[in-house]
Design a protein around this ligand. Structure first.
Ligand code: HEC
Ligand code: HEC
Length: 186
């Protein structure tokens, strides 16, 4: 019963936010020269976390809704971390897969890619699949000192060689970042 109430409350809260938020963003497009940055829409405020940008272009309106297809390419962990705006939903690994390393964020995503996250001994800790906007995420506890990641689909595979100390993919994976480009498969 309690769980059911919580779900319907959050569904109601979202539908109350969504429509005015969309209108606000449409208005923002028209008035773009007047507004440099608008206030946060609903619970997601990208301006509050500048480090989430990962070299991305401005988000599309629907990308600011709190759901699995939100904000592809951005640093999910900038917000989905304790003490930050999505601190109630902490991901232990999250990111987005693209079809080329220099892709913009809002297009070029690869859906249905398999993402295997292994520890430094190559033992697979978790296997995830990208959704329709190329995003993957998990809140499963992951124990590692270094991670090795393999991304694959339709016989194509890309594997991270070095064991990295973090699962915050977009902290390194963006054009100009330490990994040289986005997580990609082609
Ligand atoms: C600018 C901040 C921000 C960024 C960046 C961000 N999110 Fe979110 N996300 C939020 C907020 C805020 C919520 C609502 C959290 C809540 O309900 O407490 C949310 C909710 C979600 C939800 C729904 C969770 C639930 O249980 O209802 C998913 C799934 C999600 N985000 C995935 C992602 C993924 C994957 C990324 C990266 C590709 C990402 N988010 C990037 C702020 C962000
Ligand atoms: C601390 C920085 C860092 C983090 C965090 C990181 N990577 Fe990497 N990644 C790199 C670097 C540097 C390379 C290139 C060298 C190598 O393969 O070791 C790389 C390479 C890759 C490759 C191979 C690319 C190719 O051209 O074949 C894949 C796939 C990959 N990473 C996926 C991921 C995923 C998915 C995540 C998040 C779960 C992630 N990485 C997190 C730094 C990082």
């Amino acid at each position: 019963m309690i769980a059911l109430h919580r779900i319907s409350d959050s569904v109601r809260a979202r539908s109350l936010v969504a429509a005015p938020c969309r209108r606000f963003l449409l208005g923002l497009l028209v008035l773009l020269p007047l507004f440099v940055a608008g206030p946060g829409c609903g619970p997601v405020d990208i301006n509050q976390e500048p480090s989430s940008a990962a070299g991305c272009e401005p988000p599309q309106a629907g990308d600011l809704e709190p759901q699995p297809i939100m904000l592809p390419g951005r640093r999910c962990a900038a917000c989905h971390e304790k003490g930050h705006q999505a601190g109630r939903r902490v991901w232990t690994a999250a990111g987005t897969v693209y079809d080329r390393p220099d892709s913009p964020c809002n297009s070029g995503v690869v859906a249905g890619a398999k993402v295997e996250i292994a520890d430094e001994t190559r033992k697979v800790l978790v296997t995830l699949y990208t959704n329709s906007r190329g995003n993957f995420y998990t809140s499963e506890p992951l124990r590692y000192t270094g991670i090795i990641v393999r991304v694959s689909k339709d016989g194509k595979t890309r594997e991270m060689q070095g064991a990295m100390g973090s699962t915050d993919c977009a902290a390194c994976h963006y054009p100009g970042g330490s990994a040289g480009g986005r997580v990609y498969l082609n």
